[in-house]
Write a protein that binds this ligand. Sequence first.
Ligand code: APR
Length: 232
Amino acid sequence: MDRQSRIVILTGAGISAESGVPTFRGPDGLWEGHRVEDVATPEAFARNPALVQAFYDARRARLADVAPNAAHIALGRLDSAWPGELLIVTQNVDDLHERGGALRLVHMHGELLSAWCTACDTRHRWQGPLGSFPPCPACGAPQLRPDIVWFGEMPYAMNRILRSLARCDLFVAIGTSGQVYPAAGFVETAREAGARTLELNLDPSAMSARFHESRLGRAGTLVPALVDELLA
Ligand code: APR
């Protein structure tokens, strides 16, 4: 890669695992004890808003106890030092990339630290709980929901992401199981654009065979090594 190369990096739950944020697909198929359909769909929220708010309130509160790891920090270093185009696309809803120094970043699945008012369609930085249905700071309606893209909803920033993928020279996926679309299909889009594709993951993922190269190991080790390589 020369220093004007255009890079897109996709991250998933695996990059935050070493910070102590649990991944989604544990061996028991449950997500922190819940079936995904019970907490991460618009239908679940309509059926049992208190359960869904409590689930995300707990995850939001836990952000205060976790810190970015060597992988987040290495990507922050890459972002500040890379002169070419770069886009970090995360499926994660934590704020560890920001705290690791990443600026050229999009949260395609939303953010725990944002609340979305479904009455007036405004978004607000949010640190506290939503379970008591506090009033929206803009319109006062008690209709704030987690600003999270649930199953069946459209991921954010897709135009920007697809534009970057269509012109990238290198696509890297880090810590994602490759089971959730559209993110799982990004490797294909990047290949069609002629990009080199590289996967960094603890285990082989559902998409490993589609990458030119897969490196197996912990993100906290592999990502700093990759960033050193790119910046050498
Ligand atoms: N380093 C690198 N990879 C790791 C590490 C680690 N320390 N620990 C776990 N992994 C890998 C796992 O092997 C797995 O392949 O990270 C991957 C995590 O996969 P998932 O839990 O399925 O997470 P992700 O791919 O981000 O899920 C995608 O699914 O539920 C939805 O919206 C949610 O954004 C999420 C999406």
